[in-house]
Design a protein around this ligand. Structure first.
Ligand code: PEP
Ligand code: MN
Length: 411
């Protein structure tokens, strides 16, 4: 097991911070390795059970939160606001579509960001999330600092305490959504010096693996999913439920390669394929992928991320997304699955309960001119509470519309 982990981590690896002082980084990794896990193996196993139900078409997976958690924003009020929006969306889905909803917060570990370019618009090293460097636009602030992993880890533990408190005792929403009293958390497994530090052997599954104590559900991003690279080899070794982002250049053959690698034993719900195709591409690209994977017999969760394929820069210079594009990608996703008879099983969104103006449109009609007033994100633009609820209403309607005539829902 230790050998397999070492071999995984020795593979070519994308998007890692270049720590200026590798000895200091090793010391931080050693110190993190001694810390208490944030989540328990029992909770993670319970989530895996619930995700199996999603994969069978019996429930819906709702995942959301900030694009990037920021240290300065890690207040209980902010975290509760985000959890509140997620719970409200779940409630809309359950009431209107009659589906149990599995809620997973994008929280308590979402501190590192993959970036497309090494330099920002000022010519400075790009901000890579608070786990790596600071958003302040100075060369000193942009230097990667491994001590930030310690802060991230401490903040993640605090965030998890807020999640537990939020879900304690079973709220109305939980009863409605088939909640089991647990609050589940997830993040992108990106910086492997962080991700390698809370692994414990797990021999309960079909093969010996490690369970990560850093989050219940971990996903691999669009920029780090090289089949020969370290991230996929690392994910293979985890017993936690795994997500994988798939962009519009993914071929059906590649999708099947991922499924074989990440779900070798055919465990329903072990793997969530998170399509983020863009609203103009989803109808053309997704069907062949779904058909190929479904034909293999693997029971994955099909989840739509309608955010990352629909990002653009507004005329006044803000990275933004339009709610109508987000909604259109979700509609396309449902159309594809209804046509193929597969279960459109989940939604993955960037949102916040804070009063922001980062995405365009919605009932309040946010326009480009409104963006500067409350544009607060540390990375990608988030839906605000009103936009999130509007999106949930659309998804609920699509989910309630159910199976079209002549098609059966698989499994
Ligand atoms: C993200 O989820 O914030 C992200 C970077 O997504 P992707 O890997 O799909 O681009
Ligand atoms: Mn993002």
């Amino acid at each position: 097991m230790a050998d397999r982990l070492a071999a995984a981590l020795a593979r070519p690896v994308a998007q890692q911070p270049q720590w200026p002082d590798p000895e200091r980084a090793s010391a931080v990794v050693a110190s993190l390795s001694g810390a208490e896990p944030i989540v328990t193996p029992a909770e993670t196993a319970r989530l895996a059970d619930r995700l199996a139900a999603v994969a069978r078409g019996e429930a819906f997976l709702l995942q959301g939160g900030d694009c990037a958690e920021a240290f300065a924003e890690n207040t209980e009020a902010h975290q509760r606001a985000n959890l509140g929006v997620l719970a409200d969306m779940a409630s809309v889905l359950t009431r209107r579509a009659g589906l149990p909803v599995v809620q997973v917060a994008r929280m308590a570990g979402q501190y590192a960001k993959p970036r497309s370019r090494p330099l920002d618009e000022l010519g400075l090293p790009v901000y890579r999330g608070d786990l790596v460097n600071s958003i302040e636009p100075t060369p000193a602030a942009r230097r990667p600092d491994p001590a930030r992993m310690l802060r991230a880890r401490a903040d993640a533990a605090k965030a998890m305490a807020v999640v537990r408190e939020f879900h304690r005792g079973g709220t109305d929403t939980q009863a409605l959504t088939g909640g089991d009293g647990a609050g589940y958390v997830s993040h992108e497994a990106l910086v492997l010096d962080y991700e390698r530090t809370s692994l414990s052997p797990d021999t309960t599954g079909p093969e010996p693996r490690f369970t990560s104590g850093l989050g219940h559900f971990l996903w691999i991003g669009e920029r780090t999913r090289d089949l020969d690279g370290a991230h996929i080899a690392f994910a293979e070794l985890l017993s936690n439920p795994i997500g994988l982002k798939l962009g519009p250049r993914t071929t059906p053959e590649q999708a099947l390669d991922y499924v074989r690698r990440l779900d070798p034993h055919g465990e329903p719900g072990r793997l969530t394929l998170i399509s983020r195709m863009g609203h103009t591409r989803v109808r053309a690209v997704l069907p062949a992928i779904v058909e190929k994977v479904t034909g293999s017999g693997h029971q994955v969760i099909w989840q739509c991320d309608p955010m990352h394929g629909n990002t653009y820069t507004s005329a006044n210079g803000y990275k933004t997304r339009a709610l109508r594009h987000v909604v259109d990608e979700v509609r396309g996703f449902f159309e594809v699955h209804r046509r193929l008879g597969t279960h459109p099983g989940g939604l993955h969104v960037e949102l916040t309960g804070d009063d922001v103006t980062e995405c365009l449109g919605g009932a309040r009609g946010i326009t480009e001119a409104d963006l500067p007033a409350r544009y607060r994100t540390a990375c990608d633009p988030r839906l605000n509470a009103a936009q999130s609820i509007e999106l949930a209403a659309v998804v609920a309607e699509l989910a309630a519309t159910g199976v079209t005539e002549g098609h059966v829902r698989l499994r």
